[in-house]
Design a binder for this molecule. Structure first.
Ligand SMILES: NC(=O)c1ccc[n+]([C@@H]2O[C@H](COP(=O)([O-])OP(=O)(O)OC[C@H]3O[C@@H](n4cnc5c(N)ncnc54)[C@H](O)[C@@H]3O)[C@@H](O)[C@H]2O)c1
Length: 465
């Protein structure tokens, strides 16, 4: 059996511990976490226990871990966006190759600095553009390149962020304010911009973008809405963003349903979405249903940790950021944005991002001179249809939806780790170089420049600034 790649994890949070962590337990021949850097004691200890990491390799920060010298083959950097720059540069200078979660950094200068440091030091740097590693987008790419669609004319992609994801991450949570995080088009859509570059093998020449924060503003608060959902808010029944529903009632069941592989559990979960009390009571009597009723994954785990009681979650809502009224937060990132792009061959593309969808997912339409491709990529379903102009024939491809944590992002999280191992072992080059990953970030920063300045950005000039 080949030796696994030894990994030092920076940040045992949602991505580090829950999305990437389990892969090493199911693929012990590929990666092994030998050290962890995480300031939150419960997270650090839980991760260390799960991976058998000795106390001397449990660090309170990435800085402490680097002070110990080089103790692993590579770093998996899953710290928050604004920490990427300093931690990535320091780790590469210490001699580590790195898998760095997106976005590369929160400003264009810092992004460029990271890429240049990887090139100067000769370190392998892979960015977690997980969608490239999904069967779904691999198939889209293959269909485009096969010529089945004829000459590509226009691509229209929508990133439909669910209303509760928007409220959780971009109104109440970590990515709500530009002072502490990246613009939403970078944080949420650098994957989509990366896909365009990958599909077309061309760099966008001009781009314009418009956006605003329409809904999550004080003036839209319903009459009588309280500062916190838990203050006895009179609009609890009618407000889609009522926090106890998101963290304790129907949304956890909805999340569990979308991850359940057993059709009985899925069906039962759908029936009880409006009756979380009944679901909980039945879960006590029928143990398999506990996968629904005791769901403790995202978004609940990000506010208080996975194994906490309902009472502890309620307490966190009463005191912490996630119980605040969505109309009275310190958020300033947009809740919808459009980006229009043109490429050297004349292909046009639009990306629509918004945070008001009934369910999370992407919808895609590609029109070519010979056929149209339609696609949907969401937690609960993933399919592609190719409609041929001459024959009217439809070819349909379906893909399994997400069934467990290690298959996060439609299998993209696991695919990414597998490719990272192959790249580390010199078996295959990464699907994309760090320099190529930068193109999507350039497009996102240009979109932000365009929306703030109300102008079209000439990308060739922007790239050379
Ligand atoms: N690839 C994707 O599709 C994808 C999806 C979601 C998030 N992300 C990105 O992944 C990254 C992590 O996001 P998350 O949701 O896991 O965030 P998180 O807040 O859950 O995890 C970050 C962790 O870093 C820890 N940390 C803070 N200071 C530290 C320090 N000095 N040293 C080491 N660790 C420190 C925090 O305590 C926290 O546990 C972000 O950059 C985010 O944008 C990527």
């Amino acid at each position: 059996m080949p030796q696994p790649i030894l990994i030092l994890l920076f940040g045992a949070g949602n991505r580090g511990a829950d999305s990437y962590g389990p892969y090493s337990l199911t693929h012990p021949d590929q990666i092994k976490f030998v050290a962890v850097a995480e300031p939150e004691t419960t997270r650090r200890e839980k991760f260390a226990r799960a991976h058998g990491i000795p106390v001397k390799y449990q660090f309170k920060s990435w800085q402490d871990a680097l002070n110990a010298g080089k103790i692993a083959d590579a770093v998996l950097n899953a710290t928050q966006d604004e920490m990427h720059h300093d931690s990535a540069i320091a780790a590469m200078r210490t001699g580590y190759d790195m898998l760095l979660d997106k976005p590369i950094a929160t400003s264009l200068n810092e992004t460029l600095h990271i890429i240049q440091t990887a090139e100067e030091t000769g370190r392998l740097l892979m960015i977690c553009h997980v969608l490239r590693y999904t069967d779904f987008f691999q198939k889209v790419n293959q269909i485009i390149k096969s010529g089945q669609l004829g000459q590509i004319i226009n691509i229209s992609n929508s990133e439909n962020v669910s209303y509760f994801h928007m409220a959780h991450s971009y109104v109440r949570g970590n990515w709500r304010n530009l002072a502490n995080s990246a613009p939403m088009i970078l944080a949420k859509c650098c994957h989509d911009l990366d896909l365009l570059y990958w599909f077309l093998d061309e760099k966008c020449t001009h781009l314009s973008s418009m956006a605003n924060l329409r809904h999550f503003r004080t003036e839209n608060a319903p009459e009588g809405a309280t500062e916190r959902c838990t203050d006895g808010c009179p609009t609890a029944e009618t407000c889609p963003f009522y926090a106890p529903r998101i963290y304790l009632e129907s949304i956890p069941i909805k999340q569990a349903v979308s991850r359940a592989s057993n059709p009985f559990i899925r069906g039962f979960g759908k029936l009880t979405l409006d009756q979380p009390g009944i679901a909980k009571a039945l879960g006590k009597l029928i143990p398999p249903l506990q996968t629904l009723t005791e769901y403790s994954g995202w978004p609940r785990n990000t506010i208080i940790g996975a194994s906490q009681s309902d009472e502890a979650v309620m307490q966190a809502l009463k005191t912490g950021p996630y119980g605040r009224c969505v109309y009275r937060c310190d958020n300033n990132v947009v809740d919808h944005q459009i980006v229009s792009m043109v490429f050297p061959s004349g292909i046009t593309a639009t990306l629509t991002m918004h945070g008001h969808s009934h369910q999370e997912g992407r919808t895609l339409r590609i029109d070519g001179s010979r056929a149209t491709l339609l696609g949907k990529f969401s937690y609960s379903q993933a399919w592609i249809e190719v409609h041929e102009h001459i024959t009217n024939q439809i070819k349909r491809y379906t893909f399994p939806s997400e069934v467990d944590q290690t298959a996060g992002h439609g299998g993209g999280d696991a695919g990414l780790l597998e490719h990272f191992v192959e790249a580390m072992r010199g078996q295959k080059p990464p699907l994309t170089s760090a320099r190529d990953s930068m193109e999507s970030h350039l497009m996102a920063f240009a979109a932000e420049t365009s929306r703030l300045g109300n102008k079209t950005v000439d990308m060739n000039t922007f790239r050379n600034l």
